[in-house]
Design a protein around this ligand. Structure first.
Ligand code: NAI
Length: 284
């Protein structure tokens, strides 16, 4: 399976990062979002990231231009995905939005195309089931920030074929990442373990056990985590954290996964973390 052309759906923090590493690895990339403005923002983020690499002497200006040339924004989904060898979906963590998108992609994409989801927690098997090519559907879960983090969790849906699994594993390596194979259960491995810890940190704040700085400091200094859990939650996005907790709660039916009411309150207030300038902390 030769993968030359990648389409990335969703030009937010993850989609832009995935498009960047793919273009840097030599793939031809189309980046799609709902509006011109969002597509342009995604491309501007990538251009800035690359400019910083040039400034630091880690990339030649010529290479910067070549990477940007391999990257094209496209707001029309048919044009964006019509020639893709692989589509990587990185839209909002909502099953209805993702299944609607996969149904449309299934009709648009060439028969050989792999449809991958960057979902943090949603069932790949259920997403695959809305298409006529469930054996071509797979989870390709990158970490944030994509250009920096080495892991890609590769999630086999119930019907994912061995050939597709191997092609995606090889692609992850070509992008400079280390793929790790995981089966399809809510939250996979990464968020099944990480997100209850973050949720528990929010409970500790909610119950007044300690203030936010103290909670983060304990986990940083005591457990050697590079970032405290509340800082990390702001970085991931509190809406995404809530979606993931809801998926775990619903998927396992176990009250240990109930989302903290304080997390819900912040999301309802529109305090989504770094991306909106305010979450547990405030950002310029
Ligand atoms: P984000 O909010 O930064 O970006 C989502 C983008 O998708 C937005 O630009 C939005 O306009 C676009 N979008 C929404 N519906 C769309 C549709 N129907 N068609 C095209 N574009 C659409 O979110 P983020 O953080 O990039 O997350 C995206 C996905 O990646 C989610 O599934 C999330 O769970 C997953 N993820 C997030 C991580 C994180 O740390 N934030 C880490 C790993 C995975």
């Amino acid at each position: 399976m030769s993968i030359q052309q990648m389409t990335v759906i969703g030009a937010g923090q993850m989609g832009a990062g995935i498009a960047q590493v793919a273009a840097q690895a030599g793939l031809s990339v189309r980046l799609h979002d709902l509006s011109e403005k969002q597509v342009e923002q995604g491309i501007a983020v990538i251009a800035n990231n690359l400019a910083r690499q040039v400034e630091k002497g880690r990339m030649e200006e010529r290479e910067w231009a070549a990477v940007l040339e391999r990257l094209q924004g496209e707001v029309d989904l048919e044009k964006a995905a019509g020639q893709a060898d692989i589509v990587v979906e990185a839209v909002v963590e909502n099953l209805a939005v993702k299944t609607d998108l996969f149904r449309r992609l299934d009709a648009i994409c060439p028969a050989h195309a792999i449809l991958a989801s960057n979902t943090s927690s949603l069932p790949i098997t259920e997403i695959a089931a809305v298409t006529k090519r469930p054996e071509h559907v797979i989870g390709m879960h990158f970490m944030n920030p994509v250009p920096v983090m080495k892991l890609v969790e590769v999630i086999r849906g119930l019907a994912t074929s061995e050939a597709v699994f191997q092609a995606v594993e090889a692609l992850a390596r070509d992008l400079g990442k280390t793929p790790v194979e995981v089966n399809d259960f809510p939250g996979f491995i990464s968020n099944r373990i990480l997100m209850p810890m973050i949720n528990e940190a929010i409970y500790a704040l909610y119950e007044g056990v300690a203030d936010k700085e103290a909670i983060d400091e304990v986990m940083k200094l005591g457990m050697n985590h590079p970032m405290g859990p509340l800082t990390l939650a702001d970085f991931i996005g509190l809406d995404t954290c809530l979606f993931i907790m809801e998926t775990l709660h619903e998927g396992f039916g176990d009250s240990k996964y109930r989302p903290c009411p304080l997390l819900r309150k912040y999301v309802k207030a529109g305090w989504l973390g770094r991306k909106t300038g305010r979450g547990f902390y405030t950002y310029e």
